[in-house]
Design a protein. Structure first.
Lengths: 294, 412
């Protein structure tokens, strides 16, 4: 292949990390919700899209990107709380396919409502002025905004790790995931924990959606492809594992990026090939516990 | 064979079987009797839902203008025209079914429409088997070729060979010979690249890479570093709709416009409005029509004014205008022939020399391709909500030499 150099490989690797950042943000929410609630949340892509649209709406009404970046995830987290409390809670204990079908249907409703409110065609979102342009990162020029997305993802992951591992509420969440019955016996209100986990997951999905808006614009269907990719990340990383989502997200990003360099037509297939290989060798994923699905 | 093509053949085969059954059931003489009285019905399948919804809605608006003009000027011996709009959802199977209903159920006189290469071939398969006239208003090279063509098939839209050829001839002599292609991995992309390559031979262009991306990609960042490393003079991005908007946006973010000229075979008016000025700024491409040409072309001024009057001051888009011409040519040919019967309208269509909105056009006899001008446009940094978003930088005048020859297409 002509034009191949070490600098290009380095830049390509970095591009993969930036791609992986959004996969990670999507996958952590999905993975937490599955790990704690055993809910396969098919509406996760719709919440991602909703975050972008709420942010867009705020920006249309005078808010700047930074305010939208704080307010939109909180607003969508609020929607997530309502969805868990009203729709999903009655389905606990009924088998994994009930909430799966419910969230699947819900995603169609959310997408359709956004179409009604904002139209089919989608909107462009300009990169915030402070983050426009490209900077030299040693191996070549890289868009400043993508660097920001990587940084934002790192901050969220660190905060999440601290919350789960170092706070007493995090301890309850982890215990609730391991054995909800014992936690209940100990006098902890598990349903409140699940409510908060669902809200947290949808809020992070919304944040990812708004972060992606300056990269690709917004459109009601934007949650579809990334949901599929996030599921792959969750499966590869292991259901319910934060570290798994982070490692697998990076890996999937880098695999996409490197396949794009050598065989761009294969870049989408490569994700699923990776998943198939991991499933063959380690069915529970990198950091997953075996038997969670059963 | 692409996925689209495979889907299309299997579905159209089913549609033909269904259609054969339906036509056995209906007495043939009854069809003829129905067709020569009452309103002139124009079936109009376009993708109202889906990614090209904005274009399709504009196609409906422009077709309504053609219908209104025809009816106001007396119709055909008192027979008025009406438009039967159907949603083909940008799906060849859906389009074949809708076309079949229009032909068998509504007994339309003409079919005009579609907005994708695969969809138009599906519609054409239905109409040509039933000897109903069809005018396609979206880009395709295949529809000109002998195996898909029939005497009932007309193609008002440009084809990729003409469009990419015109853009290539402009770009290669102006911006350089070292070229990288970034191409959507389906028929539209391949046909465009072939068109550029054919035009590029005369200029001795050097293709550094032809990179294919999956249809409906949302991130092109992984493809861009390599293109930067290759240092081409020109990056030709052959994709459509949202793919084009995202690719241009991300190429801008990577600072690629400073290193090379970005060229697209087609720049869509609606796409440019949707994506904003930043992403398209300075990009050069082709179009069949830009409303701004009304300053120099009288027929464009007349059409735009009529369109504005009917549609709250809006201006017509490129693909919308094709719908106007596609409907109007059939109606005017029917008026000239004094009949809507296919056999009478075909020679009248072939004899048309028309200037309805963009300067002179006519249908070439062997493949019924509309011979017309191609405009080279450059996107400008217009403020938001300003409809004047392109500059016309060159015009490729109508010339059969810019089409593939009748022999090349397999016509004898």
């Amino acid at each position: 292949m002509n034009g191949l150099s070490l600098d290009l490989l380095g830049l390509q690797l970095f591009t993969g990390v930036a791609l992986g950042a959004l996969y990670i943000l999507m996958a952590v929410g999905l993975s937490l919700i599955f790990g704690m609630l055993t809910v396969v949340n098919f509406a996760h892509g719709a919440f991602y899209m909703l975050g972008a649209y709420v942010g867009l709406w705020l920006m249309m009404h005078g808010a700047n990107f930074w305010i939208a970046l704080v307010v939109a995830p909180l607003a969508v987290a609020g929607v997530g709380l309502a969805v868990e409390r009203v729709l999903i809670r009655p389905l606990y204990g009924r088998g994994i396919d009930y909430p799966l079908l419910l969230t699947f249907g819900l995603s169609y409703i959310i997408v359709e409502l956004v179409r009604v409110a904002f139209g089919n065609t989608g909107y462009p979102v300009d990169t915030p002025e402070a983050l426009q342009g490209a900077v030299d990162i040693g191996v070549g020029y890289f868009p400043l905004y993508r660097l920001f997305v990587i940084a934002a993802t790192a901050v969220i992951l660190a905060a999440l790790w601290f919350f789960l591992e170092k706070t007493s509420f995090g301890l309850i969440i982890r215990a609730g995931a391991r054995d909800p019955q014992i936690v209940r016996v100990l006098g902890v209100d598990v349903s409140r924990v699940w409510l908060i986990v669902f809200g947290l997951g949808t809020g992070i999905a919304a944040l990812a959606g708004l972060l992606s808006a300056p990269l690709q614009g917004v459109i009601p269907e934007m949650g579809g492809p990334i949901l599929a990719e996030a599921f792959v990340v969750v499966v590869v990383g292991g259901m319910g594992s934060l570290a798994g989502a982070a490692v697998a997200g990076l890996l999937v990003g880098i695999v996409v990026s490197m396949t794009s360099l050598f065989a761009p037509e294969m870049s989408r297939v490569a994700i699923f090939a990776l998943m198939a290989i991991v499933l063959l060798i380690r069915p529970q994923g990198f950091f997953g516990r075996a038997g969670l699905m059963s | 064979m692409t996925d689209d093509a495979r889907k299309f053949t299997s579905i159209s085969r089913r549609a033909i079987v269904a259609g054969a059954g339906a036509s056995l059931a209906a007495p043939f003489s009854f069809n003829i009797a129905r067709a020569q009285q009452g309103n002139i019905k124009v079936g109009f399948p376009v993708p109202l839902t889906g990614p090209y919804g904005a274009e399709a809605q504009d196609q409906v608006r422009a077709a309504q203008v053609a219908i209104a003009e025809f009816n106001e000027t007396g119709g055909l011996k008192g027979r008025m025209a009406e438009l039967l709009v159907r949603d083909d959802k940008l799906n060849p199977g859906e389009a074949a079914t809708r076309a079949l209903e229009l032909v068998e159920g509504d007994k339309v006189d003409f079919v005009v429409g579609s907005l994708s290469a695969a969809v138009q071939l599906a519609v054409n398969n239905v109409t040509k088997a039933r000897k109903v006239l069809y005018n396609s208003i979206s880009q395709s090279d295949t529809i000109n070729e002998a195996k898909d063509f029939s005497p009932y098939t007309f193609h008002e839209a440009l084809n990729p060979h003409m469009t990419a050829g015109a853009v290539g001839r402009y770009a290669f002599q102006k911006f350089g010979k070292k070229v990288v292609f970034l191409t959507a991995d389906y028929a539209y992309g391949y046909e465009m690249v072939n068109g550029f390559q054919a035009a590029g031979k005369a200029f001795g262009i050097e293709t550094l890479a032809d990179i294919r991306h999956p249809l409906g990609a949302t991130d092109f960042s992984a493809l861009l570093p390599r293109i930067q490393a290759l240092k081409p003079d020109i990056l030709i991005i052959s994709n459509f709709g949202r793919d084009q908007q995202i690719a241009l946006k991300q190429a801008t973010d990577f600072g690629m416009k400073k290193q090379m000229k970005i060229v697209a075979p087609i720049l869509l008016y609606t796409g440019r409005l949707a994506a904003g000025a930043q992403a398209f700024d300075g990009v050069v491409g082709g179009t069949s029509y830009y409303w701004g040409m009304e300053k120099t072309t009288p027929s464009a001024k007349v059409f735009n004014d009529r369109f504005r009057k009917m549609h709250d001051g809006k201006v017509p888009s490129d693909y919308g205008s094709l719908a106007y011409a596609g409907v109007k040519t059939f109606l005017m040919a029917a008026r000239a022939a004094g009949s809507t019967a296919s056999e009478a309208v075909i020679p009248a269509m072939e004899a048309l020399k028309y200037d309805y909105y963009k300067g002179p056009e006519y249908y070439r006899k062997c493949d019924h391709q509309s011979v017309q001008s191609v405009f080279i446009i450059e996107s400008k940094n217009a403020p938001a909500n300003d409809p004047d978003v392109f500059n016309i930088v060159a015009t490729d005048e109508p010339n059969e030499a810019n089409l593939r020859t009748c022999q090349e297409l397999g016509h004898t």
